[in-house]
Design a protein around this ligand. Structure first.
Ligand SMILES: NC(=O)c1ccc[n+]([C@@H]2O[C@H](COP(=O)([O-])OP(=O)(O)OC[C@H]3O[C@@H](n4cnc5c(N)ncnc54)[C@H](OP(=O)(O)O)[C@@H]3O)[C@@H](O)[C@H]2O)c1
Length: 357
């Protein structure tokens, strides 16, 4: 029988994976939330999904706006909404019995800790990144690059080799199994890149409506220095749990098979990055997703572990002052992640790799 997968999230990341899966013989159903039909409507009107860039294809994609179709179509559901949309999806999923289903969130940003407290799901996995770097323009998918691997972990840590093999066959890239979902969340380096690149270029974004190249023109030496301060906190949190995290530049280099010497070299010369235009304003997911669902969460973990979190706090507070949005409260703080009541030792006992305790 043909393998079937549902993709919940009809944006570039979801459509790129859908086209890729269909090209490899998997049958796909894409779900677009009824109030987020922008990209799906274009694809339906055109009658197929056309992809250009590093993926050249034209694919017929089944699309639904009804979650009942998703639950019935496959036991494998891949979430490709931004993490800010995961709770909307969770509200819909709660209407169904999912103990036989597997949910894979791209990226997870610790969705599993929130979902697990709300409902029973057979298995929840999280990845750190989307396999593709891609954008959509009026229903046409432009694929800028494909990573060579991503990190993945399940909330449940007793997955059989046969089950892991099934998960591996879904994705077009190598999977690196992490110790747990916290290690995966710390490996989402968008939290290092995006918020600082946006906030340190806020004036330029607003005065030009984003008419410049975000990485090539916006990631200069002083922006890179600030990113490295944030990265040091991320690495220190990882060290406390006993994870072997790579620095931001090492992670990016390994993902894209590149060898840039530092962040400025990457910003100037990396093909998937150096042609990306800046967003037209700072109310963009580089802020609205990566500040509340990565930096706030890393900040909470650092404070609980007794690590100096001031570089993270500085960025969060600056973003709060610029946007007027209380991300520290609304984001994935330890209370939202159901980790607030754990002591430092309990947190480490639950998530650290054994030799670090
Ligand atoms: N695209 C990439 O190159 C890339 C690279 C690395 C990581 N990622 C990550 O992968 C995820 C998906 O990326 P993407 O570019 O496909 O994102 P996207 O286009 O911003 O969002 C994906 C889909 O989710 C919908 N959505 C947004 N908020 C929602 C909500 N509250 N409830 C239900 N649906 C909602 C969007 O609708 P609207 O169009 O109405 O917003 C869109 O249809 C994001 O977390 C992103 O950070 C993407």
């Amino acid at each position: 029988m043909q393998f079937k997968v549902c993709i919940v999230g009809a944006g570039p990341a979801g459509f790129a994976l859908a086209a890729d899966l269909e090209s490899r013989g998997t049958s796909v159903l894409v779900y677009s939330h009824p109030t987020h039909i922008h990209h799906a409507s274009y694809v339906i009107d055109k009658g197929c999904l056309r992809a250009s860039g590093t993926m050249e294809s034209s694919t017929n994609i089944r699309i639904t706006f009804d979650m009942r179709d998703v639950i019935a179509f496959s036991k494998f559901i891949i979430l490709t909404v931004p993490s800010t949309g995961q709770e909307t999806v969770l509200c819909e999923l709660k209407e169904f019995a999912l103990h036989q289903h597997t949910i894979i969130t791209i990226p997870g940003n610790l969705f599993s800790l929130i979902a697990d407290a709300e409902m029973e799901i057979g298995c929840i996995l999280e990845t750190n990144l989307s396999p593709y770097s891609c954008r959509m323009n009026q229903g046409e998918l432009v694929v800028l690059g494909k990573k060579s691997f991503f990190f993945i972990a399940a909330l449940q840590n007793d997955l059989s080799p046969a089950f892991k093999d099934k998960i591996r066959r879904i994705f077009p890239i190598e999977l690196k199994w992490s110790s747990n979902v916290i290690e995966v969340c710390l490996s989402n380096i968008n939290g290092v890149f995006h918020p600082l690149m946006m906030i340190m270029n806020a004036g330029r974004i607003e005065s030009t409506s984003g008419d410049f190249l975000l990485y090539r023109d916006g990631l200069t030496r002083s922006v890179a220095n600030a990113m490295l301060a944030v990265d040091r906190v991320r690495l220190e949190i990882g060290e406390a749990f006993g994870f072997q995290l790579d620095s931001v530049i090492e992670t990016s280099n390994k993902c894209y098979g590149a060898d840039f010497t530092d962040l400025v070299d990457l910003a100037q010369n990396s093909e998937p990055h150096n042609k990306l235009r800046a967003p037209s304003d700072i109310e963009n997911r580089n802020i609205s997703e990566d500040v509340p669902d990565l930096l706030v969460c890393w900040h909470g973990l650092a404070e609980k572990l007794g690590i100096d979190a001031s570089p993270l706090k500085a960025v969060i507070i600056l973003v709060e002052m610029a946007t007027g949005i209380g991300y520290m409260e609304s984001g994935r703080n330890l209370r939202k992640l159901h980790l607030e009541d754990l002591t430092r030792s309990e947190l480490l006992a639950r998530f650290s790799v054994p030799h670090a305790r």
